[in-house]
Design a protein around this ligand. Structure first.
Ligand code: ADP
Ligand code: ASP
Ligand code: MG
Length: 415
């Protein structure tokens, strides 16, 4: 966090929504350190709304706790359970600020009036009432808000999906017309790829909303994709910074000109995937419609779907490993009425996505990818392209080797 005791007069009276993630509030010591910095900024005249995640590991612990009662527990009750992690963080932070003589009050999503739809576990924010927050700010009181949670029209607690505190912060920044929404985390910005995977990854000083959204959607969990979409839609400046060291971080901006159009800017990774293939000997498309309709009803997200037809017809797609069993059950059901041929599946796969700023030169990029991975003896299972990305699936054991080689080959070490 920048040293906020030495702010210029122009920086004072600004309103920042600052969100701190799980590692940033992972211990009492960390909460005390952050409270000291928030208090210093407050004394320097900065107006702040603080959004917190649960302490590191807490949400996983709560999910596991629920799973001990029922692995397919009721979604409403799961949200009631897992939303409690954030309440611990906000109460501790409010106490730490009050101890420093700074007025602060902890607030749940319901108390703030963060209105969502009723999709438990993956709710979308529909509206935020700002009256209460504004009255607190006017009284020089720092609101410390629980991220990740809201209330549906019936008053039930809802959660926004894993990593959803980012979206809470952006929604508050939009509603309050904040000068900037700042996402403090355990790395010092958005990098060309996950710096915990590739030590040569470079911090990007800026990245466009479009590229960032694609990176986030494809697995770069430094920002939740919904938060990026929300910030772009309402044009709120969004910045990713480290809560452990000072620096400018990365500004997510409208301007595509921050990178040369068409160049690969980042590599996103999504782990724990499985690939399912079958022959579809009937060559008829209708049963496939039924299969995917059923998967959609179950909420199973499939990706990199391919269907090729020569003498026989073959269908492949990827799915999160957590859904594999369910998908195989559905295929088993379908095979009672349709001749699917043999069904194959493979676990322990990863998807690596090269994301470009602007239109990707697909053929050139594919040529380089096949060349680089071919030389390493890495066999690509599936590949797909879209306007700004090329995604490929390989065995998880080659992840680091492949990412480092591609990072180097596309010149990302020098960005
Ligand atoms: P928080 O708990 O603060 O919300 P997250 O774990 O959700 O933090 O996100 C931060 C993590 O995102 C980093 O520790 C890093 O491993 C990962 N990450 C993945 N891709 C990127 C990227 N391109 N740039 C920066 N971090 C990334
Ligand atoms: N605590 C929630 C999670 O672990 C939300 C968040 O951290 O943003 O997913
Ligand atoms: Mg996060």
């Amino acid at each position: 966090m920048p040293n906020q005791e030495k702010l210029s007069p122009a920086q004072t009276h600004k309103l920042y929504v600052k969100k701190f993630g799980g590692t940033s509030v992972g211990s009492i010591e960390r909460i005390e350190v952050l409270a000291e910095q928030i208090a210093a900024a407050h004394r320097a005249g900065i107006r702040q709304v603080i959004v917190l995640s649960a302490m590191a590991g807490e949400t996983n612990r709560l999910i596991a706790l629920g799973g001990q009662i029922d692995p397919h527990g009721n979604a409403r009750e799961m949200d009631m359970l897992i939303s409690t992690g954030e309440q611990i963080s906000i109460a501790l932070m409010a106490m730490a600020l009050q101890k420093r003589g700074v007025k602060a009050v902890s607030l749940t999503g319901d108390q703030v009036q963060i209105h969502t739809n009723s999709q438990f576990g993956r709710a979308s924010i529909e509206r935020v009432d700002t009256d209460y927050l504004e009255s607190l700010l006017a009284s020089d009181i720092i609101p410390v808000v629980a991220g990740f949670q809201g209330r549906n029209p019936h008053g039930d607690v809802t959660t926004l999906g894993r990593g959803g505190s980012d979206t809470t912060a952006v929604a508050l920044a939009v509603a309050l017309s904040a000068d900037e929404c700042q996402i403090y985390t355990d790395v010092c910005g958005v990098f060309t790829t996950d710096p915990n995977l590739e030590p040569a990854a470079r911090r990007l000083s800026c990245i466009s909303f479009t590229t960032m959204y694609e990176m986030a959607r494809l697995g770069a969990k430094v920002l939740h994709p919904d938060s990026v979409a929300y910030a772009e839609r309402f044009k709120v400046p969004l910045r990713v910074l480290s809560s452990f060291e000072s620096g400018e971080g990365t500004l997510i901006c409208v301007d595509e000109a921050c990178h040369i159009s068409g160049n690969v800017v980042g590599i996103a990774v999504s782990r724990d995937l499985a690939m399912v293939s079958f022959e579809d000997a009937d060559k008829s498309t209708e049963p496939l419609g039924k299969l995917f309709q059923q998967l959609s009803v179950l909420g199973v997200e499939t990706d990199l779907l391919s269907k090729t037809q020569t003498d026989s017809s073959s269908v492949s797609f990827t799915v999160s490993e957590a859904w594999l069993e369910q998908v195989l059950l559905e295929l088993d059901g379908l095979s009672q009425t349709v001749n699917l041929g043999s069904v194959f599946y493979e676990r322990d796969l990863v998807r690596i996505s090269l994301v470009a700023s602007g239109s990707l030169a697909k053929t050139d990029v594919a040529a380089k990818v096949f060349d680089v991975l071919g030389k390493l003896g890495i066999h690509v299972k599936l590949i797909s392209t879209s306007e700004i990305k090329l995604a490929l699936v390989i065995p998880q054991k080659y992840l680091q080797m492949a990412v480092c080689a591609l990072h180097h080959a596309f010149g990302l070490n020098e960005l």
